[in-house]
Each structure stands twice: as structure tokens, then as C-alpha cells.
Design a protein around this ligand. Structure first.
Ligand code: PHB
Length: 388
């Protein structure tokens, strides 16, 4: 098989890139080592910021998102057992977010590709990339017991944190990373949301987040130990801890838990997002702690810029278009990382339970919530207003 852009990874980044390249008339093929069902079930955060929604809409990919997405014009912040609604829309200059599960977006993109008779190669095992400078680039993989080769001019690594592209471009152990001393235990349940808008809570016992997928299904998270396991969290323990952290004036009656997961909190930014004819996008180039729900949004911003760079390179002969993409993507990744860490730090309790640190955190929250200037900046970052 031969193509112009070989795309590794059939998650939202790879699928979106494939669709955008198709529209530009740039030949491409997606390879995904998992099955289609696995990719669509993959559980991830579910909030799109203003810039992502605007781009998907402009690309004609927001039909179902506009019907089923849950607009977030504000958010609730709880601390010291009080709730304050932050008017995201007013404070950010008219921007808002939309709750829409990543798996729903993956489904939409897959269906749109399928409607034009295109499909990723699923179940492509043992994907190997050749030297980044090689022309053409040869990708080999195994499927149904047979060896296959894909010859391409460029490779787009949209294969996440653990795929081969990050390693090829940055070497094993390359890039900057840090792990936080806590994780999140997350639960998907048939429980109506406590509010139509997300609730983020700071409590000396730890952070809590109440998000949702519909008006009958909630996605909720609690800060827990760094190496904690879902098995340590019975339904009773989870919900009573949630009640303690949200405080007595938030009431809910927990429904059936349908899924449980652990989210390790870490950040990573690659040293490089391009080497020779190989470029990285999304989680392959950077991962952020989920506190500000920036991961998918950074990926969408990458893909938007990357498709434009392929256009400049292939139709306008701009030879350094991919290098320029990589520079800008790294800058955006660090900005996303900085905001994600700021929000993480703001809302997570010190694992040591140190009362001095706890007072510092509460004071920082008091200051943020009392300062219209700080709140405006916070809301612009959170809604992706700057990127729009
Ligand atoms: C989610 O709905 O899964 C979600 C929302 C907001 C976050 C993180 C996760 O900051």
C-alpha cells in the first residue's frame, strides 16, 4: 500500500486529521492497533472548549455535538463549604464549554469517514516505523497473521503516550515529564447531575469533581492516593467520601455504577514534535493532568494546525511548514500544561494533610474568587478563549 500521509492512531486526533486531509485532497491512511469497538469505548475526559467546538462546527463535524452536547456557560466552585457559580461566558468575553464524551466524538468522526467509504485499518499489530529521515517512509505492521507495508511520504504520530511515534521522535525517555503525588478515582453512574454545570470542589480531604454525560448519567471523580486502585473504592466509600467533600448542602442519591477508573496525574511535553518526515500530534506529543480538561482540546488544536501545515507544504511548497507546526504546537502544549498545573494545584489538597499548606490553598482560592481580573484570566484559559 502507498499513501502520502500515514497516520498512526485511530483515536479522535488520527480520525480528525484523516478527514481534514481528505477534504484537502491529500491521500492518507489511518492505522490503529486496537479494534474499532475498543477505540470507541475508550474512556476519556469529556469536555470540549470554545475553540474546539468552533472548529468542529466550522468543519461541519458538530451535528450531533450541537444536538447532544451539554453547554457549560458557567461552573460551580466549592470551597469552605460554599458554592460560587463562576459565569464563564460573562468573564471570558462570551466563551463557553460543552460536555461531550470523547467516545461520542470518536463515533461521529468514524461515521463521517465511513460515509465517504473510508476506514482506518483496525487491529494493525506491532506497528514499526522506519528511520525518520527515510524517503519514502516504510511502516510495517501485522494484521490477521500477515505482514503488511505502508509506504508514505510523511508519518503523523497520533498514537498517544505509549505508541511508537513519541519514542521515534524523542528517543526513549526523551521529553519533560512529572508525576503528581495523587490520582483520581472516577465513576460513571446512573445518577442525575447535582447541577447542569460542572462542580469542582476543594476540600482539605481532597479534590472532587462532578461532571456528567447526560441529565441522567454523571461522571464523578475524587482525588485519591498516587498508587490507589479502583478495588479500594466500594460504591459506599466513594459516595460517602463525595458527600463529605461536597458538603451537606449538596444532595444526591447515587444510582448504579456502570464503570470505574483510575486516572494517574502526570504531565509530559516532548522535546520535539517533528523529526524528518515524522510529526506528532495530541497525546503523542504531550499529556496534561485532566483537571482543566485540556487534553482533547490541545489535540484538536494540533490537528487543525497540522492539516493546515500539510496544505502549505504540499500545495504551496512551504518546505519548513512541518517544523513551524511543531514549534507552535510545543508552545501551545506548554501553555496548556501551565494552566492544567495551575488548576490542579489550586484544587488539590496536599497529600500530607499539612494544615499550613491547606490554609495557603484556601487563601489562594479566596483571592482568585475575589478578584475579577484573576477570574477573567482563569475563565479565558479554561474556555480556550485565547486560542479562538
Ligand atoms: C469529564 O467530564 O470527564 C471531565 C470534565 C472536566 C474535567 C475533567 C473531566 O476537568
Amino acid at each position: 500500500m502507498r499513501t502520502t500521509v500515514g497516520i498512526i492512531g485511530g483515536g479522535p486526533s488520527g480520525l480528525l486529521l484523516s478527514l481534514l486531509l481528505d477534504r484537502l485532497g491529500i491521500d492518507n491512511q489511518v492505522l490503529e492497533h486496537r479494534s474499532r469497538a475498543h477505540v470507541q469505548r475508550r474512556v476519556r475526559a469529556g469536555q470540549l472548549d470554545h475553540a474546539s467546538v468552533a472548529f468542529l462546527r466550522q468543519s461541519g463535524l458538530a451535528g450531533r455535538l450541537d444536538r447532544l452536547g451539554l453547554p457549560q456557560r458557567g461552573m460551580n466552585l466549592r470551597w469552605r463549604d460554599q458554592t460560587r457559580r463562576i459565569d464563564l461566558e460573562a468573564l471570558s468575553g462570551g466563551h463557553s464549554c460543552t460536555v461531550y464524551g470523547q467516545s461520542a466524538l470518536t463515533c461521529d468522526l468514524t461515521n463521517t469517514l465511513a460515509a465517504s467509504g473510508r476506514s482506518p485499518v483496525y487491529g494493525a499489530e506491532d506497528i514499526r516505523l522506519s528511520d525518520p529521515e527515510s524517503e519514502p517512509h516504510i511502516i510495517t505492521y501485522r494484521k490477521d497473521g500477515a505482514e503488511h507495508r505502508l509506504e508514505c511520504r510523511f508519518v503523523a504520530g497520533c498514537d498517544g503516550a505509549h505508541g511508537p511515534a513519541r519514542r521515534l521522535v524523542n528517543g526513549a525517555g526523551g521529553g519533560s515529564s512529572r508525576r503528581l503525588p495523587f490520582s483520581w478515582v472516577g465513576v460513571l453512574s446512573e445518577t442525575p447531575p447535582v447541577s447542569p454545570e460542572l462542580t469542582y470542589a476543594y476540600h482539605p480531604r481532597g479534590f472532587a469533581l462532578w461532571s456528567m454525560r447526560s441529565d441522567t448519567v454523571s461522571r464523578t471523580y475524587l482525588q485519591c492516593g498516587p498508587d490507589d486502585q479502583t478495588g479500594n473504592w466500594s460504591d459506599d466509600r466513594f459516595w460517602s467520601e463525595m458527600q463529605r467533600r461536597l458538603g451537606p448542602d449538596v444532595s444526591f442519591s447515587p444510582g448504579k455504577v456502570t464503570e470505574r477508573l483510575m486516572v494517574r496525574m502526570q504531565g509530559y511535553v516532548a522535546d520535539r514534535m517533528q523529526l524528518g518526515n515524522v510529526v506528532l500530534a495530541g497525546d503523542a506529543g504531550h499529556t496534561v493532568p485532566p483537571s482543566a480538561a485540556k487534553g482533547l482540546n490541545l489535540a484538536i488544536a494540533d490537528i487543525r494546525a497540522l492539516s493546515e501545515s500539510f496544505r502549505k507544504l504540499l500545495f504551496e511548497g512551504r518546505q519548513n511548514a512541518l517544523a513551524e507546526y511543531a514549534q507552535k504546537a510545543l508552545k501551545r502544549a506548554w501553555a496548556g500544561q501551565a494552566f492544567s498545573w495551575q488548576m490542579t494545584d489550586l484544587l488539590h489538597a496536599p497529600p500530607s494533610g499539612d494544615p499550613f499548606e491547606n490554609r495557603l490553598k484556601l487563601t489562594r482560592l479566596d483571592t482568585l474568587l475575589a478578584s475579577p481580573e484573576q477570574l477573567r484570566l482563569f475563565c479565558r484559559d479554561y474556555t480556550g478563549a485565547e486560542a479562538a
